[in-house]
Write a protein that binds this ligand. Structure first.
Ligand SMILES: NC(=O)c1ccc[n+]([C@@H]2O[C@H](COP(=O)([O-])OP(=O)(O)OC[C@H]3O[C@@H](n4cnc5c(N)ncnc54)[C@H](O)[C@@H]3O)[C@@H](O)[C@H]2O)c1
Length: 447
């Protein structure tokens, strides 16, 4: 009975619902009404006009884009071999430094670089392919200038440094840049990263620093270079070694060509550096021949510029700091030994040209202008203080008598040669040193 009653009440409910719902209308009618509603929705508030304008903008972009890429590939045939990228592409690179202060801090001379004078924003996919680059020793003197250049041309840069001689101050202006990463790491330990290029600079470069712990210097040169070459092999990256003119030792050939094998003391105080770099070159060539790694070797001659360590015992930084502090400039030996001095932006241009070019090397990168130590002291006096004095001290062991690069190979093959003379470059370095020495005197400890 109860069930019968329930069923009859359900039926009553259903009947009531049916009587309340509107009369049935066929689907086709509903459709045509919704189309009418959509059309009137579109016609209201100029929506149709906005849609048409959107379509017009999108199609203009897709029509223009192929012709733009054709243009850029045409201009890539006119590659500027010194910089390794086409003038057209180079001009179209979005320069972060147009807005950031990295370009400004890079110094006036470097500021003239075409990379920093980039034009407006370029649509994604039209510019040069962005490279991922590792710079070991990138917080050091040369490394930090190289990183500035790579960031300015639009690359993603990872710096690996153990801060033995490098300083965070050298890259502090890049810390907020999303394309820049800084890793505290010792290259003696392996590391795994995904990059396209490896600039391997990590190694103390001044005698004071590399003699401080000679065994560690050898480890850095041998194990550090092995680790970085191993990484290059594993990920298929191109590897550039910053070797040194010290591989020529106290040369018997003058000026030194890349074909000269050198005159090196294998058991002296400088051997940890000289022989360390020679072994690093050997490893680099063996990875190239044996494992097909794409490698480049630069033999760097004396380089100077802003961000050098203040008291690293290298002759230019010594003379400049001493003259600024009103101390006598120390000349070792009779001061007649010669050196050539290259401004850092010239070196950085050479390193990039080498990395981007097709030739393994080795290439001498240096300024062939030759100065005796006494002549250098004169230029420093002219630039800083005409009253500066000189103090003579006995010479250090294995100090080469002459050093002058023959750069004809780099000139011919890389179309590279230094542009900045000592008299142009020195004032840039002096103003950086003056600021830092002032900070030091004020107790800010900016060494
Ligand atoms: N500046 C020159 O005149 C000159 C001349 C010839 C060769 N080079 C070569 O160029 C490179 C750079 O020289 P620089 O003048 O900029 O010297 P630098 O001392 O200013 O820079 C070397 C950098 O490497 C880092 N480093 C050292 N050992 C490391 C390790 N084990 N792991 C990680 N990081 C480490 C240091 O902290 C520093 O930041 C060096 O390989 C040097 O041999 C320089």
């Amino acid at each position: 009975m109860k069930q019968l009653h329930k069923q009859s009440s359900y039926r009553r409910d259903e009947e009531m619902q049916i009587s309340q719902t509107p009369a049935y209308s066929p689907k086709s009618l509903k459709h045509s009404r919704s189309i009418q509603r959509s059309i009137s929705y579109l016609l209201r508030e100029q929506r149709l006009l906005f849609i048409l304008v959107g379509i017009l903008i999108a199609s203009t972009f897709f029509v223009i884009q192929p012709s733009l890429s054709r243009l850029s590939s045409d201009s890539s045939s006119s590659v500027d071999p010194r910089h390794g990228i086409s003038a057209g592409i180079r001009d179209s690179i979005v320069s972060y430094n147009n807005r950031g202060d990295a370009g400004r801090k890079y110094g006036d001379l470097v500021g003239r670089s075409p990379y920093i004078n980039g034009v407006g924003r370029v649509p994604v996919g039209i510019g040069r392919k962005r490279k991922r680059v590792v710079v070991t020793g990138g917080a050091g003197f040369v490394g930090s200038h190289l990183v500035d250049k790579l960031i300015a041309r639009g690359d993603d840069v990872i710096v690996i440094d153990n801060f033995f001689t490098g300083r965070k101050d050298n890259v502090v202006h890049l810390l907020g840049n999303p394309r820049f990463e800084l890793i505290r790491h010792d290259v003696v330990e392996p590391i795994l990263l995904e990059v396209d290029q490896i600039y391997h600079l990590a190694c103390p470069a001044s005698p004071v620093h590399y003699k401080y712990n000679p065994v560690k210097t050898i480890k850095t040169n041998v194990m550090g270079t092995l680790n970085m070459l191993g990484l290059a092999k594993r990920i298929g990256a191109r590897f550039l070694l910053t070797s040194t003119s010290e591989v020529y030792g106290d040369p018997l050939e003058h000026p030194q060509k890349e074909t000269y094998w050198g005159h090196v003391n294998p058991i002296g105080e400088r051997s940890c550096y000289d022989e360390g770099k020679r072994t690093a070159e050997t490893l680099t060539m063996d990875y190239h021949r044996g494992a097909g790694v794409e490698v480049r070797i630069a033999r760097i001659f004396n380089t100077y510029g802003p961000r050098m360590c203040l008291d690293d015992g290298r002759v230019v930084s010594n003379f400049v700091s001493q003259a600024i502090r009103k101390q006598p400039m120390t000349v070792y030996g009779d001061g007649k030994q010669t050196r050539s001095f290259q401004y850092v932006s010239d070196l950085v241009d050479g390193l990039v040209a080498l990395m981007e070019g097709d030739h393994v090397g080795p290439f001498n990168l240096g300024n062939p202008g030759e100065f005796t130590m006494l002549e250098l002291a004169e230029v420093v006096k002219e630039t800083i203080d005409p009253g500066a004095t000189i103090e003579f001290r006995p010479n250090t062991a294995d100090d080469p008598h002459k050093r002058k690069p023959d750069i004809s190979k780099a000139k011919e093959v890389l179309n590279w040669e230094p542009k900045i003379s000592l008299r142009e470059g020195l004032p840039q370095m002096v103003s950086d040193f003056q600021n830092r020495i002032l900070n030091e005197d004020e107790g800010k400890g900016n060494k």
